[in-house]
Design a protein around this ligand. Structure first.
Ligand code: NAD
Ligand code: GCO
Length: 270
């Protein structure tokens, strides 16, 4: 195996939503593989200490403001990233949110918030960055999906719709932009405890149920995603496009029920 297949030295990666959570792990995995970084957040000041960690690895990094619900903000971020580095090779579309409720309680505003952030935001960030990638004839776009991209869970209707949309969007963009040297894939994590979903993990009964459903018998740890993001961002995946790679300890091999209104408490198979 030629390790240079996974070497990102001299490449520049934008990762959206790097103020906390999985976005920081994606960014660090790319930086450790050699990439320079564009860090983004709605609140640029929140990136200061993370930017220092990236510099400590010997990589270049700039921190830019980005609200994926605001088209002007997206255009500005893409232009500033290009101005800072000249070329953008990699985009990880990670910024996202969730409103977890029984479907009957979901409001119009809940729907718009989740779908506008996760799906519309990812599309327009990809579009703004891909224009620049296409001009250079090279790009790797990694859209963050979820096991909810392929399975339905009660309590996650708008979230699942947005993540299913990401999987479909990935295929459309891959077909559109492959001829320009830009690959587009979806990295779909399983269950990883973060700020977004920590409330779920406070319920030990639910955690036991979750672990029972996961073939490798543990929830994900953020570093479990390192190899997949580097693979999809690198030369190693040059003939892979339009795909959804589930990194989920195998939970997508079977059924699991609900994040709210769980009908089962015994851990029996759903
Ligand atoms: N944690 C999991 O188990 C899991 C599994 C599958 C997919 N995901 C997805 O991975 C991504 C990261 O999740 P996380 O668990 O680290 O959650 P998180 O809530 O800790 O991080 C989400 C990030 O997105 C940013 N963000 C939210 N709205 C934004 C906006 N309008 N503009 C710019 N940035 C915005 C937040 O500020 C934060 O930095 C999300 O898209 C999430 O849905 C998470
Ligand atoms: O309810 C949540 O907030 C969701 O839990 C997500 O964070 C899931 O972990 C994930 O999308 C499953 O792949």
């Amino acid at each position: 195996m030629n390790n240079s297949l996974f070497d990102l030295s001299g490449q520049v990666a934008i990762v959206t939503g790097t103020s906390r959570g999985l976005g920081q792990y994606f960014a660090m995995a790319l930086a450790k593989a050699g990439a320079d970084l564009v860090l983004t957040s709605r609140d640029r000041a929140s990136l200061a200490s993370f930017e220092k960690e990236v510099h400590a690895l010997g990589r270049r990094a700039v921190s830019l403001e980005l609200d994926v619900k605001n088209q002007e903000s997206i255009e500005r971020m893409a232009a500033e990233a290009e101005a800072a580095f000249g070329q953008i090779h990699i985009l990880v579309n990670n910024a996202g949110c969730n409103v977890r409720k029984p479907a009957l309680d979901v409001t119009w505003d809940d729907w718009n918030h989740v779908v506008d952030t996760n799906l519309r935001g990812s599309f327009f960030v990809a579009q703004a960055v891909a224009r620049r990638m296409i001009a250079k004839g090279y790009g790797r776009i990694v859209n963050i999906g979820s096991v909810t991209s392929v399975f339905g869970y009660a309590g996650l209707a708008p979230y699942g719709a947005s993540r299913g949309g990401i999987r479909q969007l990935t295929m459309s963009l891959a077909d559109d932009w492959g001829k320009h040297g830009v690959t587009v894939n979806c990295l779909a994590p399983g269950w990883f405890r973060t700020e977004q979903n920590k409330v779920l993990y406070e319920d030990q009964e639910w955690v036991d149920y979750l672990i029972d459903r996961i073939p490798v018998k543990r929830p994900g740890q953020p570093h479990d995603l390192d190899g997949a993001v580097v693979f999809l961002a690198s030369e190693a995946s040059r003939y892979v496009t339009g795909q959804t790679l589930l990194v989920d300890g195998g939970i997508s091999t079977g059924a699991m029920r609900a994040t709210v209104n769980r009908p089962l408490s015994s851990g029996n198979k759903a």
